[in-house]
Every structure is written in structure tokens, then in C-alpha cells.
Design a binder for this molecule. Sequence first.
Ligand SMILES: Nc1ncnc2c1ncn2[C@@H]1O[C@H](COP(=O)(O)OP(=O)(O)O)[C@@H](O)[C@H]1O
Ligand SMILES: [Mg+2]
Length: 240
Amino acid sequence: MRAPSSDLPIKFQNVTLRARGVVILDAIYASFRAGKPSVLIGPNGAGKSTLLRAAMGLVAPDDGRITWGGRENAPPDRRAIMFQRPVMLRRSAAGNLRFALAAAGIARTRHEERVHQLLALVGLQGLGDRPARRMSGGEQQRLALARALAREPEILFLDEPAASLDPAATKALEDTIRQVARSGVTVILSTHDLAQARRIGGEIIFMNRGRIVETGDADAFFIHPETDAARRFIAGELLT
Ligand SMILES: Nc1ncnc2c1ncn2[C@@H]1O[C@H](COP(=O)(O)OP(=O)(O)O)[C@@H](O)[C@H]1O
Ligand SMILES: [Mg+2]
């Protein structure tokens, strides 16, 4: 049975996370709500991927707490994550989706219909029989997106979704992400690519060195950043 309650908002209250004694997330307060996308930006090593993994529930904080719709232990049934380098199973594109549908507890009788819908949604219609690992980088990334959507998540985390794609493949993926967001899925995405952050829009969360330095609506953030670090990041300077 699917829980009727929502996983939103996701709240971070004073969340600190360490790896081998090094602080990776430093006293984070954040609240992710339904509605427009949230876009984590910041230089490499800022803690974006770690924050996404924590919000997905894959890593537990060392201090502080994370709640999903007010609950501390919310199984990830309604959340999905697409990693920066997705790994496909050694089977067809459709086979990968069937596997994800089964894992999500979707009845077998619905699989063929859903595989069709998912492939079409990400622009891979007709490619269901291709061996997934032989597909191009852009195709595999779109297949990974379809796989993440198999469980019809309420919340979709995307970690650097276009990191290794050429501009055309990036644009196609972004179009699909915007479409998914418009369909009512709450999208929380990380990127080190400022142009991509602008194109996705929504709420910007600027991170540096394990901290959230500044947040704001995308339009306002890029025109009038409030902190010196954000100004320098937007200007393309290296942050230390
Ligand atoms: N399991 C881990 N063990 C040690 N260091 C880690 C681990 N995971 C992340 N880090 C370090 O934490 C910092 C933040 O990593 P990450 O969240 O991947 O940043 P971002 O996604 O913003 O590039 C980096 O310096 C990274 O090397
Ligand atoms: Mg990362």
C-alpha cells in the first residue's frame, strides 16, 4: 500500500555530515517544498551531491535531523534519484525499465504500457530493444531519467544530470526535466553549470564548502546576488 502522506516539505535542521573526520555538510538548514524546482549550485566539492544523497535518505546526518513531511523515517517509495553517472543493467533499454517497474511494485500487467509511456516521455520511443549499455551517453542519461520516473515519484533528485553531455543532448534532457517539473513532480537538481541553473530556473541554493551561502529566486539571484561569494561564483572566479 502506498502511504497517502507527502514527503514534502523536506526539512534539514542543523544537519552536519562528516567523512573521515572532514566536515562535508556544515550545519545545514534548508526546506524543500512542492512547486518550482530547487537548483543547488556551487563549485566542485561544495557538498551538492552529498546534500542530495542526504535528502534522498541514502546517508544519515552525524548531527541534526532531516524530516520528510514531518517524519524522520520515511521510506524512499516516493522519492527517486538520478546519479551523475548512471549505471545501466546489461539488458535492453526496455528491460532496464521493466526491472525498475518491478522494483517499484508496479503490477506486471501494466509494465508494457508504462515502458512505452516512459520511453516516449524521454524521447527514446522505438529504442526499447537497444542494449542499454551500447546507447550513447545522452540516450543512457535519458534512460536513467525514465528509470527514475518508473515509480512515479513525488520528488525527483537529479545530480548533475547533464554532466557529460554535448549541448544538444543537454538541451533535450533539460526540456524533459522541465516537462516533468510541470507535471507536478518536485525536482531538486544539482549543477556546477550556471547557464543550466538559469535555464531550469526556480529556487537557487548556492553552496560553498559544505555550507548554504545564499538562496533566492533564480531571476533575482543572478541579477542581484547578495553575498560576495555568490557574486564571485557568478563572475566565474574560483572560490577558496
Ligand atoms: N565518502 C566520502 N569520503 C570522503 N570524502 C568525501 C566523501 N564524499 C564526499 N567527500 C568530499 O566531500 C566534499 C563534497 O563532495 P560532494 O558532495 O561530492 O560535492 P559536489 O557534489 O558539490 O562536488 C568533497 O571534497 C568530497 O571529496
Ligand atoms: Mg557532485
